[in-house]
Design a protein around this ligand. Structure first.
Ligand SMILES: Cc1cc2nc3c(=O)[nH]c(=O)nc-3n(C[C@H](O)[C@H](O)[C@H](O)COP(=O)(O)OP(=O)(O)OC[C@H]3O[C@@H](n4cnc5c(N)ncnc54)[C@H](O)[C@@H]3O)c2cc1C
Length: 177
């Protein structure tokens, strides 16, 4: 799930203020994201954070993969007018992210950040989601088909004991009654 938008940095995304500061083998991240779709369900976030505040704004940004279970991450729901929960605010307080989770080069994350939404906008997520749903139903069907057959057999045997072995006959109705 993308951790791009921030309060005050939506259309002008390159103005983002979430900071990532190198500390040994880690980066320490502080800041806030907003409108983060599915953050309450996600295990990972791909995010942009500012690593060089002195560089021109598009050049001081790095692209990170962040484990959403890292200490210091708080996800707060944003409930829409219909009462639905899709978006969130995500707060980062001294969140340590290993430097190996940097994608591409440090301070050149803008270029990766503008490429990855191309995959999102190809709607590949829908295709993957539909495949997962299909796999779920196939699993369900395989697990339950035995029990469905058993239930059908039991129904048939109940019916045949009621009717003495023959299927109940349908009543014929004529149009005139
Ligand atoms: C369904 C949905 C899912 C989203 N999911 C995510 C997500 O998972 N992760 C994430 O990071 N973000 C997400 N977003 C946020 C989205 O990327 C931002 O809403 C978007 O970047 C616009 O920013 P903003 O809402 O702050 O609007 P603003 O930037 O405040 O813009 C408001 C209005 O002003 C106009 N405007 C802005 N600047 C100018 C200008 N210079 N000249 C003329 N007009 C201007 C805009 O066109 C717009 O009409 C999501 C948004 C939606 C709708």
């Amino acid at each position: 799930m993308p951790g791009y938008s921030e309060p005050g940095s939506g259309s002008d995304l390159a103005s983002l203020q979430t900071r990532a500061v190198r500390d040994g083998d880690d980066f320490v991240i502080n800041g806030q994201k907003i409108w983060t779709s599915g953050a309450h369900n996600a295990d990972w976030m791909f995010m942009l954070a500012r690593t060089d505040p002195d560089a021109p704004k598009h050049r001081g940004i790095t692209y990170f993969l962040v484990d959403m279970n890292s200490p210091g991450i708080t996800v707060r729901p944003l409930i829409n007018m219909a009462g639905g929960h899709q978006f969130n605010e995500v707060f980062f307080e001294d969140v340590r992210v290993p430097a190996r989770n940097v994608v591409g080069e440090i301070n050149r994350g803008w270029y990766i950040g503008t490429t990855t939404p191309d995959f999102e906008r190809s709607s590949i997520g829908n295709a993957v989601g539909q495949r997962q749903t299909l796999e779920y139903y196939l699993r369900y069907w395989k697990e339950h088909r035995g029990s469905r057959r058993r239930r059908a057999r039991a129904r048939r045997s109940r019916r045949s004991s009621r009717t003495g072995g023959s299927r109940p006959r349908r009543r014929r109705c004529s149009a005139t009654g």
